[in-house]
Design a protein around this ligand. Structure first.
Ligand code: ADP
Ligand code: ZN
Length: 734
């Protein structure tokens, strides 16, 4: 007869420790590691995960409570995912429970559904009271005459918003018993494409990958090839080989990368073996997909960053396409990078890793040049299709000649005219949404700012509202300056919405569309826009960086880039890398079909080295220069970095706490860390909170992260936990 039994449970709260619970005598056997359990915590119940069973008895006199319920027959979290999430917790300084929560699908949408009855007009929307933003967002996510949507899939689930919308007669809310039985498949099986014969370059690369797949051991590759060089084809062949060998495949794509075209290609070739996991799926669909994967019914998972946690058994291949893409980095706790976890998971599983890119991240390319990844060069485009020719327009010169700053200079409008006459398509990149970028009062010099953020409001003309791109606050456009009551407000700067207008005026006969976050807000809008463009129904598409990614439009022969150099001045050491990547990517959209492409790039600083390198599409020249800058200033990849953000409504408190924290980090680091700050973050105020930033760098990552962890543990308990955000390997220093 044994005594009381204990297990260790990880719960999804920000405390980085495990909790001991007693297994009630009625419960036999002990719940296995990976099983989810309901446990009491303080005055509430939470769902946690058993991570250690059995566990040591608690110290004498400690209060230990009983597990209330075991929720799983079989562990939800397999041993490999358990250790992956434990790594996340150590590496990103979050709790193990938070990491596990990120690895599991969200609760499926049980409960209630909402159906749109009527869509109100502008005035009707105003009557939804001051909380109109959330309510408008809910309405926008619903389609008229569409299927009822589970409440859990809405962008905002606050009961009071739903009740208000119901009372206004705009939606109907229905209680349902179970998950609505929609079809699991989200993609039609496409026509099976004729088998492609690998090009010589693809064969050469596959000759290196093939033995690695067959060898069933850890083998990391960096596949470096221009857009259109046939990387996807390489991934798919490696996947076929892996599946044939009986192991699974995880294929990560950026947030935006799940285009209908790629899905057709996958379904056509792999049929029901493929399952898709991404955040735009409904909760119930995501849950269903996860269950199928867990059961081993499909062994090929394609998805966005969280798919790195997919419960694929024995993965033999992990692919990360566009490995440099910022969307792999999660911007909320746990702030993990899906690419880096893919590297780790592949190593732990003894799998082949393929990171693919036309513009690899500085980190990955350095690993490759240092021999830690095998560098595979795929070279230029398939079929010797030339890369687009790039024409640079010096906007200073245009200004001198025309006496005014034009959104689109003569060379670009001429190039568009030529495309229209040949019935070819044009993409225009303007990486800023809205109509006027700021609203300026010439009476007092005020630029209208958000009440909650140190960010100027953007004027969105279509619905005549001012919006904050930091916190989504919106309000009606004032007729006079809110500060000095002067009429005559000036609307300055040209966002994508304005460019769309300029194009319509200049080319009234052309079919013009816009793709940015505003234009694709409604469910399905993004896909339908891509399909329309693909079908040739649109001549010119203007948009933000959304237009740069992952689409293969053979009809595009011209890409126009407006204010190419604008982001180079951002206070982020990755600014140059970002601009180079964006310019290369968007240029890669031109001339994917049979006709050669052209890129017209407008800039006020045309001699900037990043622009010159982007024009020549010379990644390695860019890398060689950039890597020296990083080395000299001791930035990643030569150091690892942690960003600490301390924020509070009271600017004084934020500053004092940040001082204490920085001091603690310096002490724990014992002079071995580079600690910059605290100082005000580039965005000083966000959502009403003042933000202090501390940047910590060190050549030795492990010691630095541990030191930061200790500093956080020793922090004055009066400083609220929520006031401090820890970001290891930050991607966005604003
Ligand atoms: P990437 O992923 O590098 O951008 P893709 O794999 O999408 O490139 O290939 C670019 C284009 O070339 C696609 O239209 C694809 O169908 C075509 N392609 C790829 N490999 C071959 C091949 N071996 N033979 C003929 N066409 C190919
Ligand atoms: Zn704001």
């Amino acid at each position: 007869m044994t005594g009381p039994r204990f297990v260790a449970v990880a719960v999804p709260i920000p405390l980085r420790r495990l909790f001991s619970y007693r297994v009630p005598d009625t419960l036999v056997p002990d719940p296995a590691p990976g099983c989810r359990v309901r446990v009491p915590l303080g005055r509430r119940d939470v769902v946690g995960t058993v991570v250690c069973s059995p566990y040591d008895p608690p110290p004498e006199g400690a209060r230990v409570r009983d597990i209330k319920e075991v929720l799983d027959q079989e562990p939800s979290v397999a041993p490999d995912i358990l250790s992956l999430t434990r790594f996340v917790s150590d590496y990103y300084l979050c709790s193990w429970g938070e990491a596990i929560e990120a690895a599991l699908p969200p609760d499926p949408g049980r409960g209630r559904t909402v159906r749109l009855v009527a869509r109100p007009t502008g005035a009707g929307l105003e009557q939804l009271s001051a909380r109109a933003t959330a309510r408008r967002r809910i309405l926008e996510s619903l389609t008229e005459g569409g299927e009822p949507v589970p409440v859990t899939d809405l962008p905002d689930r606050d009961r009071k918003h739903l009740r208000a919308l119901q009372q206004a007669g705009l939606v109907v809310i229905t209680a349902v018993q179970a998950v609505p039985a929609t079809a699991a498949a989200t993609v039609e099986a496409g026509a099976v494409r004729p088998e492609l014969v690998p090009t010589p370059a693809q064969s050469r690369v596959l000759k290196e990958i093939g033995p690695a797949v067959a060898g069933k051991g850890w083998a990391p590759f960096l596949l470096f090839g221009a857009t259109g060089s046939g990387k996807t084809e390489v991934y798919l062949r490696a996947a076929e080989q892996t599946l044939a060998s009986g192991r699974g495949v995880i294929y990560l794509v950026p947030e935006i990368g799940l285009t209908p075209l790629l899905m057709q290609r996958l379904k056509g070739r792999f049929g029901s073996q493929v399952e898709v996991l991404h955040s735009r799926l409904s909760r119930s669909d995501r849950y269903r997909a996860w269950t199928r994967i867990k059961a081993g019914d499909c062994r090929f998972v394609v998805g966005t960053r969280s798919a790195v946690f997919a419960p694929v058994q024995d993965p033999g291949l992990l692919v990360v396409d566009e490995e440099q893409d910022p969307s792999y980095k999660q911007q909320e706790t746990p702030r993990y990078n899906g690419r880096d976890l893919a590297v780790l998971r592949a190593r732990e599983a003894g799998a082949v890793l393929i990171l693919g890119s036309a513009t690899p991240s500085m980190e990955s390319f350095r690993h490759a040049t240092a021999g830690r990844y095998r560098l595979l060069r795929l070279g230029g485009r398939v079929g010797d299709r030339p890369l687009a020719t790039v024409r640079l327009v010096d906007m200073r010169e245009e200004y001198r000649v025309n006496g005014e700053v034009q959104a689109m200079a003569g060379p670009l409008t001429d190039a568009i005219t030529a495309r229209l006459s040949r019935e070819e398509q044009t993409l225009i990149l303007r990486n800023r949404r809205g109509y006027a970028v700021s609203v300026f009062c010439p009476g007092c010099g005020n630029r209208i700012q958000c009440e909650h953020c140190s960010i100027t409001l953007t004027w969105h003309r279509r619905d005549d509202r001012l919006r904050c791109h930091g916190c989504d606050l919106e309000r009606a456009t004032p007729a006079r300056c809110p500060q000095c009551d002067e009429p005559g407000l000036q609307f300055l700067g040209e966002g994508s919405e304005k460019i769309e207008d300029v194009l319509r005026t200049r080319f009234p006969e052309a079919a013009i569309a816009r793709m940015d976050r505003d234009a694709v807000r409604r469910k399905g809008a993004h896909e339908s826009l891509l399909n329309r463009f693909d079908a040739g129904e649109v001549d010119i598409m203007v948009g933000t960086q959304m237009i740069a990614k992952g689409h293969d439009f053979p009809g595009v022969t011209l890409v126009g880039i407006l204010s190419a150099d604008q982001s180079l001045g951002l206070p982020d050491f990755r600014a140059g890398e970002r601009v180079f990547q964006l310019l290369t990517q968007v240029s890669g959209r031109a001339g994917r079909g049979d006709k050669p492409g052209e890129v017209v790039l407008q800039a006020f600083d045309p001699d900037h080295p990043v622009l010159m390198e982007a024009i020549r599409q010379d990644y390695e020249a860019f890398y060689k220069r950039e890597v020296e800058y990083r080395r000299a200033l001791r930035y990643p990849p030569f150091t690892a970095m942690v960003q600490l953000l301390v924020s509070d409504r009271n600017p004084g408190k934020a500053a004092i706490w940040a001082d204490q924290l920085a001091e603690a980090v310096r002490q724990e680091g014992q002079g071995r860390l580079i600690v910059s700050g605290p100082g005000l973050a580039p965005v000083e105020r966000l959502r009403g909170k003042y933000r202090q930033q501390i940047l910590i760098r060190s050549a030795g990552r492990r010691k630095m992260v541990d030191a930061v962890g200790r500093a956080l543990e020793k922090l004055d308990p009066r400083i609220p936990r929520r006031a401090v955000v820890v970001d290891v390997d930050p991607y966005n220093l604003l």
